[in-house]
Design a protein around this ligand. Structure first.
Ligand code: NAD
Length: 469
């Protein structure tokens, strides 16, 4: 029996039913999740409404102290949490994966607890004194995806709690156990009813989004679901933070050193086996160094071990689910059929357990190929050749999403001037996907709206109130 079994207690589901989650690497049972429905959601919302005023009344200092204790609790249980996450999500223990994700949960709890948010004086001219304060919203709904289930839950709940709100969490139906266990650990430091998890499907998410007692939805997931949430939340004019899909471009300028950047390019694209919202998903390389970049990236990629997550040697894992595996396989096939060159991978083994798709690099591919134009969300990177920087910028900006982007160059000024022309929420220079709890993160275009992290992230979990006088 795994040591995490006692972390999986949950609100008893009205249905009386449970569902067994299977390890995407082996097909073995990981554990049972309750099958919650909208009746269970009502109970969680009522408990949250009852618990929230006393929590808000505690003030920032006491709430921050509770979040710091929650961070300690996560660290005390880090190994059990990482093993559960590895088995349910598929990501390996090592590398920038399960242990890293649990560590990030503790780091984000601490950073959120210690970020200062003072009232802002906007006018003070002798005649008028006006200040902006940020008051609690009430009850926040947190709806999350399956790729970084623990870390993204913390991104949603930590600022919500810090700002004096209660939270009802609706995890992805693919990774409920990871979120349940994490919240159980955090809940040891919080009042009863303030934070709960309802393990339901999309009907529970939809009800949460329209619920009159919910003041804000924090949502991370696909653009299609984000649009559904905008519609279902309209009747109650809910506040929304939407972190949606992306198809991040990276542009390698002709002066970059292929060997020096190859490893960072690799991890920018393949972190979490490519199942990351702000991963590098389209790489544009200048024709002068195209062959060298392809060669250097292939050499790095070929040496990175993929396999079952609990094996300490592996740092890449399976796709989390069959649907995502099928998307990646379809897109690579479409690329091959179009005449593109598969430099590495593209040949999944059949007849073995697990949704493993090999690390795949595709060169000599057109910009309108589906592997470039659609979000692959898996371990397959298209590398597109360009001859003018204007063309590369135009191709990078051509899609209707804009989460992150990156520019790679030895000349920081040149990189910054290209960065200024890219339509995305973040542009990284000589790295891709680096996140930091002090630095705001959010999308442009259909990658969503609202910022997470830092002071901006705290503000978005409060209701701005102007005191004028
Ligand atoms: P998804 O949209 O399918 O599901 C996300 C969550 O929404 C799940 O909990 C699901 O049950 C719920 N849901 C489904 N329908 C709903 C509805 N009508 N109303 C309310 N909730 C509903 O996304 P996914 O497949 O789990 O995640 C992958 C996607 O998420 C990718 O596109 C990825 O780029 C994106 N993502 C974005 C970020 C970011 O920060 N921008 C981070 C991680 C993932």
């Amino acid at each position: 029996m795994e040591t995490y079994a006692d972390l999986l207690t949950a609100i008893a589901p009205t249905s009386g039913k449970t569902r067994t989650l299977l390890d995407p690497a082996t097909g073995e049972a990981v554990g049972d999740a309750p099958v919650h429905g909208v009746e269970d959601l009502e109970r969680a919302v009522s408990a949250a409404v009852a618990a929230q005023p006393a929590w808000a009344a505690l003030g920032h200092e006491a709430r921050s102290a509770a979040l710091l204790k929650a961070a300690d609790a996560v660290e005390r249980n880090a190994e059990e949490l990482a093993r559960l996450l590895s088995r349910e999500q598929g990501k390996p223990l090592n590398g920038p994966n399960a242990r890293f994700e649990v560590g990030a949960c503790a780091a984000w709890l601490r950073a959120t607890a210690t970020t200062e948010l003072a009232p802002e004086t906007v006018v003070d001219d002798g005649a008028t004194h006006a200040e902006i304060h940020y008051r609690p919203i009430g009850v926040v709904g947190a709806i999350g995806p399956w790729n970084w289930p623990m870390m993204i839950t913390v991104w949603q709940i930590a600022p919500a709690l810090r700002m004096g709100n209660a939270v009802v969490v609706k995890p992805s139906e693919y990774t409920p156990l990871s979120v349940l266990a994490l919240v159980n650990v955090i809940n040891r430091e919080l009042p009863e009813g303030l934070l709960s998890v309802i393990c339901g499907g999309r009907e529970v998410g939809a009800r949460l989004s329209e619920h009159p007692a919910i003041g804000k939805i924090m949502f991370t997931g696909s653009t299609a679901t984000g649009k559904a949430i905008i519609k279902s939340s309209a009747g109650t004019v809910k506040r929304l933070t939407l972190e949606l899909g992306g198809n991040d471009a990276g542009i390698v300028l002709p002066d970059a050193d292929p060997k020096a950047i190859a490893e960072d390019l690799f991890w920018g694209a393949f972190i979490n086996t490519g199942q990351t919202c702000a991963a590098l998903k389209r790489l544009y390389v200048h024709e002068d160094i195209y062959a060298e970049v392809c060669e250097a990236l292939t050499a790095v990629a070929a040496a990175v071990p993929m396999g079952v997550g609990l094996d300490e040697a592996n740092v890449l894992g399976p796709l989390q689910n069959k649907a995502q595996y099928d998307i990646v396989a379809r897109l690579v096939e479409a690329a091959r059929d179009s005449g593109a060159t598969v430099l590495l991978g593209g040949d999944p083994k059949t007849g073995q357990p697990g949704y493993f798709y090999p690390t795949t690099l595709v060169a000599d591919i057109d910009n309108d190929n589906p592997l470039v134009a659609e979000e692959q969300f898996g371990p397959a990177l298209p590398i597109i050749k360009y001859s003018s920087v204007d063309d590369a910028v135009a191709m990078a900006n051509a899609l209707d999403v804009g989460l992150g982007a990156s520019v790679w160059s030895a000349d920081l000024d040149a990189a910054r001037s290209v960065a200024a022309r890219l339509q995305s929420g973040t542009v990284w220079i000589n790295k891709h996907g680096a996140i930091d709890p002090r630095i705001p993160f959010g999308g442009a275009k259909q990658s969503g709206y609202g910022l997470e992290f830092g002071v901006e992230g705290l503000k978005s979990l409060g209701v701005p109130q102007v005191i004028n006088g």
